[in-house]
Every structure is written in C-alpha cells, then in structure tokens.
Design a protein around this ligand. Structure first.
Ligand code: SAH
Ligand code: SF4
Ligand code: F3S
Length: 473
C-alpha cells in the first residue's frame, strides 16, 4: 500500500474537525451535553477510546459515567473471545431502558466487534436502539458519522473494509497525567490461525517516527512519567515506512529525549523480536527492563498450527539472550490452552515451558473459536471440562512461580513509580517497579506521580507490599 494512501491528508482531518463544529452547532440547545465512553479490550482500544473522547470534547461534550444522563453513549468493543462479545450484547440489551427514558439519546457501537458483518447484521435487526455502528477502520470519521445521525435522524452503519489509514492531529483526552499510551502502529499482518484481530483492524501500518517522537516529547515535557508504546506486533514497526527504520531504532530515538521517565512497549511477537531489539533495550536507560513476549504454546506442533512461525527452542533462546543482557528483566506472556486438537500432553508442554521460563506474570486464556478464522474450522475434539483441568494446572504452576518470585524481593529496596490511589485503607497507594511488578504501599496521596525507593516488607501471589524509604522525585 502506498504511503500517500495510508496517511490521511490535512484536509481530511480538517474536515472532521469541521464536523465537530457542525455537531456542536446542531446541539446548541443542549449546552450541558454529556457523553459516556465505555471501552473494553486491549490498550490499543483504550487509546482509541481516548481519541474518541477527544473528538467528543471538540464537539462540546462533557463526560459522565451515568448512562441515564448521557446524550451520547459510545461502547468501544473487543472481539478477541466469544465471552467479550456476549458481554456487549448483554450491555446493549440493558441500554434499552436508558434510551426509553431519554429518546433523544444516541447509542454508538464501535471497536473490533463492530467491524464484523455478522455483528452489524445482528445489531441492525435485534438492537434497534443502536444508532451508529462503525469499526476501528472508520474511527477517524466519527465526527462525520455522528453528524449524519443527528442531521438525518437515521441509523448509520459504517463497517466497510477500508485499506487502513493513519490519522494524525486528531484531539485526545488522556486519563491522569502519570502514564500515557502512544500507538506507534495499527493493524496486524500475522494471521495467527485463532485470532480475529487482522480481520477487524486491517493491515499493518506504522506512524512516522517523527510524529511518535514528537508525541512522546510533548508527553514527557508535560510531566508524564511512563509511556507505553502500542502495537499488535511492535517488532514489525517500520517495515512499511519509506525510510530505513525498525522498532529498535525508534526506541533508541525516543530514549534520547531528556527527562525522568520510562518507556514500555507491547506487544512483541517472538518471531520478530531481534537480538538488536534486546541489545537496544539493554543500553537504553529509559527503556524499562520488561518484555511481554507472548508464547501462546510450548509445543511445536501446536505453534505451527497456530501459524506463530517460531519454535519452542527459538523462543527459549530469545529468553536466554534477554536474561544474559538484562538479568533483572521482567518477562510476561499470553497463553492459550485448548487450541483445536491440542492434546493433554501438548498442553503439558506449555506448562513445562512456563516452569522453565519462570515468567513474572501470565495472561492465560481458554481457546475461543472466532468465526472467520482458520482455527474455527479445525476439529476440536476435547471438551471444555477437559481443557479447564489443563488450564487449572497451568494456573497452579504460574501462581506458585509468581509467589516465589515476589517472596524473593522481601527485604530488598526497589525503585517504583507511585501510580494510583486504592480503596484499601491499609495499602492506599499502588506502584509499579521498573519491571512492572505491582507494589502496594501506604502514604500520602500527593506521592502519586513520584518515583520512590521502597523497602519490600511482604508479598503474595499477585503483588508485593512495602514502605516508602525515599522520595526520588
Ligand atoms: N498481538 C498480540 C496479541 C493480541 S490478543 C500477540 O500477538 O501476542 C491478546 C491475546 O489474546 C493473545 O496473545 C492470545 O493469547 C489471546 N487470544 C487471541 N485470540 C484468541 C482466541 N481465539 N481464543 C483465546 N485467546 C485468544
Ligand atoms: Fe492476533 Fe497474532 Fe496479530 Fe497478535 S500477532 S494480533 S495474536 S494475529
Ligand atoms: Fe480486542 Fe480488538 Fe484489542 S479484538 S484485544 S480490542 S485489538
């Protein structure tokens, strides 16, 4: 795809900003108009939700959590597993009440689930109170679409499969000022056989490095302490750019920005995680020594069926090299149990890989068939109950490892960033170590956003507990 067709022009963006003004004018009689944006799914979706809030703010909306008060409700959905979709149908059903009480309310369904034709058809026929449906590929046109709904008093469905674009310069509303998400690329070309993402998010496309660096610089200058760079496979970054530039080069460039901050990133596909990337991480002072490297399975036959394009052995070699360069590195992974045809012995290969790597944390899933993907057509002979037993064994193994790892830090002093306030009266602050491990603390709320040195006093399976020793700034 040619770069000119991927990058939206300034005129196209300006047109959308003009539509923001037009919506604002149409709603003149509602000066205190409110919107509710509810996001499900991954950080990429959270980042998209923040862009949609930016556009709504430009249209003069304030924000509310209460759907009864909202003039516009935006549900930003995820399609990764069936459970995610069923939840949204439940939510949509419940919204009929809000809409009955407030008939002028506009309900929008967007995000990955909305990009699928079968979902659009179901919403068209069975959820008639939903006014606007659009997928991630049309998100940049949200002001124009919403304007259409208001002006024409008609339902709008915009889920055509576009080639995939990049929109720079649209506004964004960020939550908090300690951490920020920055998308560096969109889409996915990998077509892992179980996964819906390439179908709903379109082809891979990278933002210009200069735009990414500019956004990071502005965030750091405004006081943000942690930036997470986002992409379905950040290691593909740059493959579609005219200049010679890969993800390691981008990290090195961002690392040159002066200030006291950390850079994290996700997700890294093991097939493209290069030695150069690990070497760049190791020598870049601002890059957190943390790697989310989803393995999915520890069995080579299953990996091949999944179309992951690496082996257990090459994965373990990558982990070995990462630890050689960065002994303190925190490693996390995603795992699927119960891929079609996976046997008990194959699932136990995954458990043995987990024992071998000793991850800091895992995100574990039982396979969920996604209509339209190759895996959904494969014979799937094992029952949910059988898969659950294997899944529980995996969880037991990881819980034991997490507890042991956390316990090994008791008595040590660690640097953390205090990132939030919690309900708990004993442990009212939450913080993360450089490796991303969770540490509960007690202290003044004014410490949020500060780097501190803390002494670890206790731990459990999920987190550590500590005392602030020194405020580092
Ligand atoms: N791009 C990332 C993953 C994004 S989806 C990567 O390649 O690692 C997040 C996780 O959801 C995946 O890593 C996978 O473990 C899980 N997942 C994806 N499709 C799934 C499915 N059909 N059933 C169960 N889990 C799935
Ligand atoms: Fe899905 Fe694979 Fe792409 Fe990740 S790399 S989003 S698992 S297709
Ligand atoms: Fe879900 Fe879409 Fe993210 S399917 S996991 S919200 S890319």
């Amino acid at each position: 795809m040619e770069r000119e067709k991927v990058l939206l022009t300034e005129e196209q963006i300006k047109r959308q900003l003009d539509f923001c003004k037009k919506v604002s004018a149409l709603l003149e009689d509602r000066p205190n108009r409110l919107a509710k944006v509810e996001t499900f799914g991954c950080q990429q979706n959270v980042a998209d939700g923040q862009r949609m809030m930016g556009m709504l703010q430009e249209m003069g909306f304030g924000f509310t959590e209460d759907e009864k008060q909202a003039d516009v409700i935006v549900i930003n959905t995820c399609a990764i597993r069936d459970h995610a979709e069923q939840r949204i149908y439940g939510l949509l059903g419940a919204l009929t009440h809000a809409k009955k009480a407030k008939p002028e309310q506009v309900i929008c369904l967007c995000g990955c689930m909305a990009q699928q034709q079968r979902v659009a058809d179901k919403v068209k026929n069975s959820y008639r109170h939903v006014d606007l449906v659009f997928g991630p590929q049309a998100m940049w046109k949200f002001p124009e679409l919403l304007h259409g709904v208001y002006q024409r008093h008609r339902r709008i469905f915009s889920i055509e499969d576009e080639h995939g674009t990049i929109a720079e310069g649209l506004p964004v509303v960020r939550e908090g000022n300690v951490k920020a998400w920055v998308s560096i690329m969109y889409g996915c070309n990998n077509f892992c056989s179980y996964c819906i993402v390439p179908y709903v998010r379109g082809r891979e496309r990278s933002r210009d490095a200069a735009e990414v660096v500019k956004e990071c610089r502005e965030l750091i200058e405004s006081g943000v302490k942690e930036i997470t760079l986002l992409g379905q496979n950040v290691n593909s970054y740059g493959k579609d750019l005219p200049e010679e530039m890969d993800f390691a080069d981008l990290l090195a460039k961002i690392n040159e920005i002066p200030g006291d901050y950390l850079i994290r990133f996700m997700t890294s596909h093991p097939k493209d995680a290069s030695r150069k990337l690990l070497e760049t991480m190791a020598r870049s002072e601002h890059v957190a020594k943390q790697l989310h490297l989803p393995v999915q399975s520890g069995n080579n036959r299953v990996l091949k069926e999944m179309n992951r394009r690496y082996t257990r052995e090459s994965y373990l070699e990558l982990v070995r090299y990462a630890r050689e360069l960065m002994p303190e590195i925190a490693l996390t992974s995603d795992i699927i149990i119960g891929f079609p045809g996976e046997t008990e012995a194959e699932a136990m290969d995954t458990v043995s890989l987990v024992e071998e790597v000793r991850y800091d944390a895992l995100f574990t899933f039982i396979y969920s068939p996604r209509p339209g993907t190759p895996a959904a057509k494969m014979p799937d002979p094992f029952t949910r109950a059988e898969k659950q037993v294997w899944f529980d064994r995996l969880l037991d193994a990881q819980n034991r490892i997490s507890a042991e790892k956390h316990a090994s830090f008791v008595g040590q002093s660690l640097r953390v960033l205090i990132d939030g306030v919690e309900e708990d009266s004993r442990w009212n602050l939450s913080s993360r170590t450089t490796g991303g491990r969770l540490v509960h603390l007690s202290g003044e709320e004014s410490l949020v956003g500060k780097y501190c040195r803390v002494k670890i006093t206790d731990s459990n399976t999920w987190a550590m507990f500590g005392e602030v020793e020194e405020i580092l700034g």
